[in-house]
Design a protein around this ligand. Structure first.
Ligand code: PRP
Ligand code: MG
Length: 214
């Protein structure tokens, strides 16, 4: 009989990739091959690691194709409200913020009424603005969002802010912090009982790693 394995997704490339592999390693899980191969197995723990694009991960979890993932909470807020949230993992801390050109005087959210906002996080922005009773015109773009005001595409942007250097370099200033985020364990609502047992062991190990880190 084939031995049951837990399928865990991590970010293929980008800010979470290294720290995700590191925390698995600290939990005693050594992964064999590099990420050129998009699926790798662990030598000493019943787990397969899949390297996927951040934005695709919620759908994989929803479908049960992946059992668990390490990804930014901000991605779950944007498109994974139905995904089960596990431990916060303490790395990749960032904010999801609205930003405007430095040269513009910002008095408050009412200044964004009727304005154009470029973002990769349309649901998060829509919800935030709706709560504040503001309506704006959203332009969805997938990357390099901070360039939008400089090229006349938008009056404001909403994106992730970590060090703040991308905002700074593009002459923007943070106007509203909508959300604070960090890496989190995200769990499929369809996880099987057998795999849940493997996940329990993984979570136990991750908790000890997190305790040791504080
Ligand atoms: C991310 C994010 C911000 C930036 C924030 O972009 O979209 O632009 O990092 O980090 P900082 O505050 O430390 O500058 P990324 O570099 O991943 O590229 P992308 O937007 O083109 O995907
Ligand atoms: Mg960016």
């Amino acid at each position: 009989m084939k031995k049951e394995k837990l399928r865990i997704a991590i970010q293929k490339s980008g800010r979470l990739n290294e720290d995700s592999l590191k925390i698995l390693k600290d939990a005693g899980i050594s992964i064999d091959n590099g990420k050129e191969q998009l699926k790798a197995s662990a030598r000493n723990f019943p787990v397969d690691v899949l390297y996927l694009r951040n934005g695709d991960i919620p759908q994989y979890l929803r479908d049960g194709v992946v059992d668990v993932a390490i990804l930014g909470e901000n991605v779950l807020v944007e498109k994974g409200k139905d995904i089960i949230r596990g431990e916060k993992l303490g790395f990749s801390k960032c904010r999801v913020s609205l930003a405007v050109p430095k040269s513009v005087k910002y008095n408050g959210i009412q200044d964004l009424e009727g304005k154009k906002i470029a973002t990769s996080y349309p649901n998060t922005v829509k919800e935030y603005l709706a709560e504040k009773g503001i309506s704006a015109d959203l332009h969805i773009i997938n990357g390099s969002v901070e360039i939008a005001p400089n090229i006349g595409l938008a009056d404001a942007i909403c994106d992730i802010v970590s060090s703040g250097s991308t905002l700074f370099k593009n002459n923007l200033k943070e106007a509203e912090v909508m959300l604070k985020s960090e890496a989190i364990l995200a769990i499929s609502p369809k996880i099987s009982e057998e795999r849940q047992q493997i996940l329990d062991q993984l979570q136990f190990r991750l908790k000890s790693v997190l305790n040791a880190r504080t």
